[in-house]
Design a protein around this ligand. Structure first.
Ligand code: IDP
Ligand code: MG
Length: 139
């Protein structure tokens, strides 16, 4: 497995609770390099675009309003086997099922307000990174 990239964002619940610094420390100590990062906010429309694949799901409207309710911190991350290792680091979608020590076990408030996003494939990591960052924002 060579070095590859994944995409993450610290979600509004974790940013507003003041947990962004602690989460970034865990990410860096796990060996991920931050290639791009910013603090920003999504409109409900743009949140809907990001989560387009879930548009038929019953939680879609709530998800769009939650994801646009406050600041987020999107990041592009680099590491060997980044996508899979990052999904392990964040834990299961529902914090009740997240393994002890994972970011969601430590910081998520609920299945919806679950602290952090992680791409589920190399292809989606590219699409999601491009959603937030241009080429000149990556170092
Ligand atoms: P993932 O973030 O672990 O990949 P997905 O199934 O892709 O999980 O769902 C995207 C996001 O939608 C979740 O991170 C969570 O914020 C929200 N979500 C997922 N399932 C539910 C649910 O059953 N109720 C409310 N929100 C949900
Ligand atoms: Mg997902």
């Amino acid at each position: 497995m060579g070095v590859n990239t994944t995409f993450t964002m610290i979600k509004p619940d974790a940013v507003s609770a003041g947990n962004a610094g602690a989460i970034m420390k865990i990410i860096q100590e796990a060996g991920f390099r931050i290639v791009a990062m910013k603090k920003t906010k999504l409109s409900s429309e743009r949140a809907g675009e990001f989560y387009e694949v879930h548009k038929e799901r019953p939680f879609y409207a709530d998800l769009c309003s939650y994801m646009s309710s406050g600041a987020i911190i999107p990041m592009i991350l680099e590491k060997e086997n980044a996508v899979e290792d990052f999904r392990k680091l964040i834990g299961a979608t529902n914090p009740k099922d997240a393994a002890p020590g994972t970011i969601r076990a430590l910081f998520a408030k609920s299945i919806e307000a679950n602290a952090i996003h992680g791409s589920d494939s190399d292809e989606n990591a590219q699409i999601e990174g491009n959603f937030f960052f241009s080429a000149i924002e990556r170092f």
